[in-house]
Design a protein around this ligand. Structure first.
Ligand code: NAD
Length: 432
């Protein structure tokens, strides 16, 4: 078993740390946020992620998992260090590597001889080389520190399952013994392992996310066409998905992709391509369709109002996170749509099962409430933005009695259209 340090206690870092401790390794997970670390030490998980509280408690009880403030404390005694810090979008669209660079510079003088530093953060082609250089410049060269890329493919909402039962494990490094060190950490997990060079590993991550984003934009474009020609996207997607060359994943139309990964990773890949003198036209189209999809939701809400203008209308919003089963609001379509509605003069009252308090801080002009029926009070339109399961089973008789109008805009095709119409709602889904 190994001594592992995990730098960054976010969605990826906590999951990586807890799962590696579950596999039997001794893990120290660090964050710069002292309050976050204090919470984690008590087993209080700052993010919503199924099974994570159980695994963190298990790790704390067995003492295989510790949380510490600052990367320096985590790396002492570690033979493998995972960098799991955030890599947001910079002004140019490129990945902003400042947190990764800072973490590497901070740990370099404290690393054990022959330690392996692994980038799990999503970072562009060339990052492994860049990290090696930073480590070497800060004292790593004399200690034989080696680097690798081991991109993470987990999805928020099923992060623990995805980590312990991944579709594949990708390791990019120049030294075969480093690949053995990393794959040994995953012993007990049955998945294909792709061992490759660092640039290919880095590109696998971006190409995968860009492909998924492109599928979402593709199905959204076909959904819009379905509406125009009188087809039903649900049947179109069903019929497409049965084709084994296509498959049914990522064929659900909606308000566009969001979250902390797909939008930023598509932009970063485009930037990488441009920097190397290439263009990726499909990815530009993917982003364009995605932006238009968010605008189309606002237009659909406006259309539902009929002759009434958006100004001074009352819009109820159900769901604010970028998808169900996560508390993540980063780049959520719902927030952008709420901002556009406010800009047009509408009043927005919103409910989300888990992210209400966070959303209220981010969007003080949205009236965030903590009950779905309160959100519908006096509303002209109810717009469903996130496919939370509880919305399917809501008391729509009560919704109808609470609203002023009777318009539903279901941006996820989550509700039963015929039942809604029977109840007297005017129902608009996506692509049907
Ligand atoms: P996050 O923002 O939730 O967490 C990052 C954490 O790193 C923060 O808590 C921050 O305080 C901490 N941090 C930053 N600098 C630090 C330092 N020097 N020392 C210690 N801690 C530091 O980010 P995330 O969602 O976990 O994503 C991390 C990386 O993994 C990103 O590159 C992301 O693209 C990638 N990724 C994310 C997901 C996902 O679903 N969230 C999936 C796969 C890959």
């Amino acid at each position: 078993m190994s001594n592992v340090a995990v730098i960054g206690a976010g969605y990826v870092g906590i999951t990586t740390a807890a799962c590696l401790a579950h596999l039997g390794h001794d893990v120290r997970c660090a964050d710069v946020d002292a309050e976050r670390v204090q919470r984690l030490r008590k087993g209080d998980i700052p993010i919503l992620e199924e099974r994570l509280p159980v695994l963190v408690s298990e790790g704390l009880e067995t003492r295989r998992l510790q949380f510490v403030v600052g990367a320096a404390e985590a790396v002492v005694g570690a033979n493998v260090v995972f960098l799991c810090v955030n890599t947001p979008t910079s002004d140019t669209g490129a990945a902003d590597l400042r947190y990764l660079d800072a973490a590497a510079a901070e740990i370099a003088p404290l690393l054990e001889p022959d330690a392996v530093v692994v980038t799990k953060s999503t970072a562009p082609v060339g990052t492994s080389r860049r990290i090696q250089q930073i480590l070497d410049e800060h004292g790593g060269a004399a200690k034989g520190i080696r680097v690798a890329s081991n991109p993470e493919f987990l999805r928020e909402g099923s992060a623990v399952r995805d980590f312990l039962k991944p579709d594949r494990i990708v390791v990019g490094c120049d030294d075969p013994s480093v690949a053995v060190t990393i794959t040994d950490l995953y012993r007990g997990i049955h998945a294909p392992v792709v061992v490759t060079d660092p640039a290919s590993a880095e590109l696998i991550k971006y190409a995968s996310n860009a492909y998924l984003a492109t599928r979402v934009s593709f199905v959204n474009a076909i959904a819009n066409l379905s509406e125009a020609v009188g087809a039903d996207i649900r049947d179109v997607a069903l019929g497409m998905g049965y084709d084994s060359r296509i498959g049914s994943h990522y064929l659900d139309p909606g308000p566009g992709f969001g979250g902390s990964c797909l939008p930023k990773d598509v932009k970063a890949l485009l930037h990488t391509a441009q920097e190397s003198g290439h263009d990726l036209p499909p990815l530009r189209a993917t982003l364009e369709v995605n932006a238009a999809q968010r605008t189309a939701v606002v237009a659909k809400i406006a259309a539902a109002l009929g002759d009434r203008p958006l100004a001074d209308s009352q819009i109820a919003m159900w769901g604010l996170t970028f998808k169900a089963n996560t508390d993540d609001l980063r780049d959520s379509p719902a927030l952008e749509i709420a901002a556009s509605l406010l800009e047009a003069g509408a009043h927005v009252r919103a409910y989300d099962p888990v992210a209400g308090e966070q959303a209220a801080r981010l969007m003080p002009d949205v009236d965030v409430v903590f009950d779905p029926y309160d959100a519908c009070e006096g509303a002209d339109v109810m717009a469903l933005l996130t496919e939370w399961e509880e919305f399917r089973w809501a008391d729509f008789g009560r919704v109808k009695a609470t609203m002023r109008g009777h318009e539903i805009v279901d941006t996820r095709n989550a509700l039963d259209a015929s039942r809604m119409r029977q109840l007297g709602f005017s129902y608009r889904g996506v692509g049907r």
